[in-house]
Design a protein around this ligand. Structure first.
Ligand SMILES: Nc1ncnc2c1ncn2[C@@H]1O[C@H](COP(=O)(O)OP(=O)(O)O)[C@@H](O)[C@H]1O
Ligand SMILES: [Mg+2]
Length: 319
């Protein structure tokens, strides 16, 4: 049996607080945690569904945990208001305009190349998590923007879209770098993207296929999308209208029905700022600042949802 809803407190109880733990997407049958596969050759996450099915919630659940585990976030939100919880966070950039998203993608491409060059020799740096809201439309906007700004003689293809393709990467450079006969060294860069069903069916504007995402999450999916993804390997599972219910498809083609964790914006922000572990909690003043920040912007948090965090911060939680 799957839980009807998975709360912040339930996921918090499963996290050991260690640095670099993989983010938990949600819980499957028997409360089994389903995590992002950080070690896959394509260590990226795609959430595909129609509007209102929980893509933004899923992205928030994953990114807030990634930041708590020491990652650096880069949010591309052309929809502008999708992730207010992550605004002005020290370890997370927030980009809304196509101009800055274009520029940041070029910087990320440089960073990927730098990491590929040094991986296996020195620490490449913190994991970088690139969160993209509505991948398909963003790609189209980047293409149009490049047409407007490109100088005569410059190539027609958008360098920002190429950079994104490189990040999602099909080549060894972006996946992992084999250094001689030594261990395989990851470059620790991850894309966590959402897309509408239609763009998923179209291969995300020709950008990249499903195979670029080691962890693929689907809420409602028409049969043709399922066939595209599963290549008729398995029958279409019955589609649930239950809020937060997703099918998570791993690279090895295993499909796990999962109830995605729901973190309120305040829970996500507090987690990103303060981390999981009590030991790692900064001075109480820091978390008090987070709560003040929320009150200023959003007034009182919804009763119930914020309770778990408040208890943790005041030392009254179960952990
Ligand atoms: N995992 C979940 N658990 C509980 N409620 C959820 C979950 N995911 C989404 N919801 C509810 O559905 C609403 C819409 O989710 P949202 O992420 O904004 O959808 P989308 O981005 O696909 O349009 C949320 O505000 C929330 O109330
Ligand atoms: Mg959304």
């Amino acid at each position: 049996m799957l839980p009807n809803e998975v709360t912040y407190a339930e996921i918090a109880a499963l996290i050991d607080g260690s640095k670099d733990a993989p983010p938990i997407i949600g819980l499957a049958d028997g409360n089994q945690p389903i995590t992002v596969d950080l070690d896959d050759d394509s260590p990226h996450v795609l959430a595909a569904s129609g509007a209102g099915r929980g893509k933004t919630v899923l992205l928030r659940t994953v990114l807030s945990q990634a930041l708590a585990a020491g990652g650096h976030g880069v949010i591309f939100d052309p929809k502008i208001i999708s992730h207010p919880w992550a605004e002005d966070l020290a370890k997370c950039e927030y980009h809304r305009s196509v101009e800055t998203i274009h520029d940041r993608l070029l910087v990320l491409r440089e960073e990927a190349a730098r990491r590929a060059g040094v991986a296996g020799h020195i620490d490449v740096g913190p994991r970088i998590w690139v969160l993209i809201e509505e991948l398909g439309p963003l790609v189209n906007r980047l293409i149009r923007y490049w047409r407007e700004i490109k100088a005569p003689g410059e190539p027609d293809a958008s360098p920002a879209v190429e950079a994104l393709c490189k990040l999602l990467g099909t080549g060894a450079e972006q996946r992992r770098v084999q250094v001689g006969a030594g261990p395989i060294a990851p470059i620790k860069m991850h894309v966590v993207a959402s897309t509408q069903r239609s763009s998923a069916a179209l291969g995300m504007g020709g950008l990249a296929g499903w195979e670029n995402f080691g962890t693929r999450c689907l809420a409602d999916y028409p049969p043709h999308v399922w066939r595209l993804l599963r290549r008729d390997v398995s029958p279409l599972p019955s589609r649930s209208r239950h809020r937060g219910r997703w099918q998570v498809v791993a690279t090895d083609d295993t499909v796990t029905e999962t109830q995605v964790g729901f973190f309120s914006p305040r829970e996500a922000r507090t987690l990103a700022e303060c981390g999981w572990s009590r030991l790692a909690l900064p001075a109480p003043g820091r978390c008090a600042q987070v709560l003040t920040w929320f009150r200023e912007r959003f007034g009182r948090a919804r009763a119930g949802r914020g309770g778990a965090v408040s208890r943790r911060l005041t030392g009254g939680g179960s952990r």
